[in-house]
Write a protein that binds this ligand. Structure first.
Ligand code: SAM
Length: 283
């Protein structure tokens, strides 16, 4: 498979809305740098469909009263070149007190817990603020909680599987991962193998597939999806248990919290990192 790399110039006020619309149109990942967004789309979508989606996003920005000035250019990247360009971008990074995320072609010699992640085309390289916040909080909880509370972990929207992999390496006994994207499922399975983990179940689909209850639920997802699935998340959480919701843009957190409160959960802590919010809740 090849990819189209788009470089899009857009104003600050319209960036988040555009990224959300592109993600709905099949965009697999973005890198933000000032007012330029680099966005990747798989070639099977077809270039006309992608450019049409950008044109209709421009119209939606205008209709919403946002700045719709936007320019873009794109190049096609074949699969081999894609892998090479990824390799150059993806370097080891330390997260939290004792975690290091590293790609399979690098060696960890610093004695920290390594999370070996081959990103493939899935979200979750650990370079995104929300993934880093989730990892830091999972690490904190796995240390603070007494062992019976770190048995089961649900990773809702697993991407590369990075959060479940961290949870298992930090002492959780069992993890279930779900994602609607088949590319994410492939990446998560490969990463579970790279980290020689067996006590991990990876399923293609949404949280409705999941049975049973969990001590910890991590959901790094868009706020609309968190709201839609508030009931299922609450009913899948053990008492006591912790739900970590991330992926909300500042300003969206109140609606997500209200939806969770209706299901009987309350907020323990909120964390702000730039424009992103993460929230810890319990029953
Ligand atoms: N958990 C990883 C992390 O923290 O880096 C990846 C998070 S990424 C922002 C969100 C993931 O959720 C994507 O892989 C996407 O395919 C998946 N996703 C989106 N909607 C979903 C749904 N309704 N059910 C399950 N997965 C979903």
């Amino acid at each position: 498979m090849g990819y189209y790399e788009f470089k899009i110039k857009i104003s600050d006020e319209s960036k988040d809305a555009l990224i959300q619309m592109m993600s709905q149109a099949g965009c697999l990942g973005v890198i933000e740098n000032g007012n330029t967004i680099t966005a990747y789309f798989p070639d099977f979508l077809g270039i006309n469909k992608i450019t049409d989606a950008l044109s209709s996003s421009k119209k939606t920005l205008k209709d919403s009263g946002l700045d719709d000035k936007m320019s873009f250019e794109y190049v096609f990247i074949g699969e081999r070149d894609w892998n090479e360009s990824w390799k150059k971008k993806f370097k080891p990074i330390d997260v939290g007190e004792n975690l290091t995320i590293l790609p399979p072609w690098e060696e960890n010699s610093n004695g920290r817990i390594s999370l070996i992640i081959d990103p493939g085309m899935a979200f979750g390289t650990g370079h995104h603020e929300t993934t880093k916040t989730c990892l830091t909080l999972i690490e904190r909880f796995s240390k603070d909680l007494i062992p019976p509370l770190v048995n089961s972990f649900l990773d809702f929207g697993t991407g590369t599987g990075i959060l479940a992999i961290a949870a298992l390496k930090l002492g959780f006994k069992h993890a279930v991962c779900v994602d609607i994207d088949p590319l994410a499922i492939d990446a998560a399975q490969r990463n579970a193998e790279l980290n020689t983990l067996e006590n991990i179940e990876i399923k293609e689909g949404s949280i409705s597939l999941v049975d049973g209850k969990f001590d910890f639920i991590a959901a790094n997802l868009m706020s609309e999806i968190l709201i839609q699935n508030a009931h299922k998340m609450a009913s899948s959480l053990n008492k006591p248990g912790i739900a970590l919701l991330s992926g909300m843009i500042v300003g969206q957190e109140d609606d997500v919290i209200t939806a969770m409160e209706k299901e009987g959960l309350h907020v323990l802590e909120k964390f702000y990192d730039g424009r992103w919010v993460s929230v810890l809740l319990t029953h």
